[in-house]
Design a protein around this ligand. Sequence first.
Ligand SMILES: [Zn+2]
Length: 125
Amino acid sequence: MKELQFMVQESNDEPPRRVTITKETNNLTARCTCPRGGVGHICRHRLSILSGNGRMVVSDNVADVKHVEAWVVWSDVGVFIARLVEAQKRLQAIKSEAEQSAAAVNDAIGEVRTIERCLVRAIND
Ligand SMILES: [Zn+2]
């Protein structure tokens, strides 16, 4: 069994959380001390480490994230991490398109209202 621990801080508003990654022969587990770190939830602290992202690591072993990344690739977790990262990218792209569409709708509504005001003035002159 191999185990690595990281202190992970998502923002300055929250304390650092301890993420523990344990690798056994055919199994990988990830635990976190945050409120969402229990069974049935996946928190950003664990997700960042499992996806090989060391940006939120505040302990001095950020280089060890690469070891976890290698463990993940060879576990059942790796498939889901890869799928999740892809799904998150698609979601972000769709959100961005939706925001652009919403802005375009607002622009069009503004244009219609402006023209309506002009028309009202024109027919009342
Ligand atoms: Zn957490």
